[in-house]
Design a protein around this ligand. Structure first.
Ligand code: SF4
Length: 375
């Protein structure tokens, strides 16, 4: 029998290699849990269920990247719209071919903010003529250079990133980064990871282009611009610390180049694990759930004792030991998107993400995915 892709997971020991570079957009998250960074760089344990918002975010990112890298002199609104629709169709075709993720099609329905996101993405990818990095702005004539998706590397090669937009002109050099979400935290401050990302971009501009940025600007999901206040010394410090951090991490990887031996680098926390693609498979996450009292994602793990097909087409799964009386109820409308349910048997170890808990009973939600764990 061909097992449905991604529904039956074997949690394997796997080799990992030293990491060539860290990108400014991933740096703080990588520091928050180095194991997550290593797993994603080595493409190990990447099972987290897809969400509509994440897929639309990827489409937007690819659109902006396409606009910046395109050899066309300018990108008009019509061209950007056509490209967005092409990227969306490709993303939906991929989702539709997947037994679990096909429930996310069409994304215009499953992502509640789809119309605003599409509008904002198209606006952000419309651009005028761009210039090469080697061009020089002509300050006396007021000529401004526009660069898009410029790939820049630190002198030691350990930090690499592509910058959405660079504007160099009579008013100085400005670095822009477009986000598909809010850029401020609950207290009204720029989110730490975004501030660090822009500081590192400024460091890359300095080390790779020999220029000092005057402004660092975040553009949020509603096209509002937020200036980041900074001192140039912070830029230099951020670059030094990022390079040292990756060098130290690579030394650990060289000493024990396998994911199982690097489990000690895991730093499970409710914020880091919630969005981590390794969450379903990560032993550190499942152990931490038992030991630390945090607001963990609503996931469950248990051994199947028995299961019952219900008259309405749904299903009831009972967990072992039966004395705990735990059950998972699956409403009929979710059955077709859970291929693992067709494969479970007494004794199967399963993990289910994003359930709703009422007393001892769990119910699958629209976002849930059932995985059978083989290890
Ligand atoms: S699930 Fe949590 S602990 Fe495990 S790698 Fe991801 S962030 Fe780290």
């Amino acid at each position: 029998m061909t097992l449905p892709f991604d529904s039956v997971i074997t949690i394997e020991e796997a080799p990992v290699e030293v990491i060539r570079s860290v990108s400014p957009s991933k740096y703080l998250a990588a520091k928050r849990c180095p194991l997550s960074f290593i797993a994603s760089k080595s493409n190990i344990w990447q099972f987290n269920p897809a969400t509509a918002a994440a897929i639309v975010g990827t489409v937007i990112h690819r659109l902006i990247e396409w606009s910046g890298k395109s050899n066309d002199n300018e990108i008009t609104s019509g061209q950007a719209e056509a490209k967005f629709d092409e990227l969306l169709a490709a993303a939906e075709a991929k989702l539709a071919a997947h037994p679990v993720n096909r429930r996310l099609v069409p994304l215009s329905v499953t992502d509640s903010r789809f119309p605003e996101k599409r509008h904002s993405a198209i606006k952000a990818s419309v651009r005028g003529p761009k210039q090469k990095r080697s061009d020089k702005p002509n300050y006396s004539s007021g000529k401004t250079l526009f660069m898009y998706e410029e790939g820049l590397m630190s002198k030691d090669g350990l930090v690499y990133g592509e910058i959405d937009k660079l504007v160099d002109g009579p008013h100085g050099l400005t670095i822009y980064d477009k986000k598909t979400c809010h850029v401020l935290d609950d207290e009204g401050y720029v989110k730490d990871e975004y501030r660090m990302q822009l500081l590192l971009y400024a460091g890359l501009v300095y080390e790779d282009m020999g220029k000092v940025a005057d402004r660092l600007v975040l553009v949020d999901r509603d096209d509002r611009e937020t200036d980041i206040r900074f001192e140039f010394q912070e830029v230099l410090d951020a670059m030094t610390v990022a390079s040292r951090w990756l060098t130290a991490l690579n030394k650990k990887i060289q000493l024990t180049p396998s994911v199982g031996q690097l489990l000690y680098l895991a730093q499970p926390s409710q914020d880091a694990c919630r969005f981590c693609p390794a969450r379903v498979a990560c032993p550190a996450y499942w152990n931490a759930r038992k030991e630390l009292n945090e607001e963990w994602p609503d996931d469950v793990e248990f051994v199947v004792d028995s299961f019952l097909r219900l008259g309405n087409g749904g299903m009831l799964v009972k967990s072992r030991p039966l004395s705990l009386g735990r059950t998972i109820r699956v409403f009929p409308e979710f059955i077709e998107y859970q291929p693992a349910l067709g494969l479970i048997e007494a004794g199967s170890r399963i993990r289910v993400t994003d359930v709703k808990t009422t007393g001892l009973q769990r119910t699958l939600t629209k976002r849930s995915v059932v995985y059978i764990i083989k290890s």
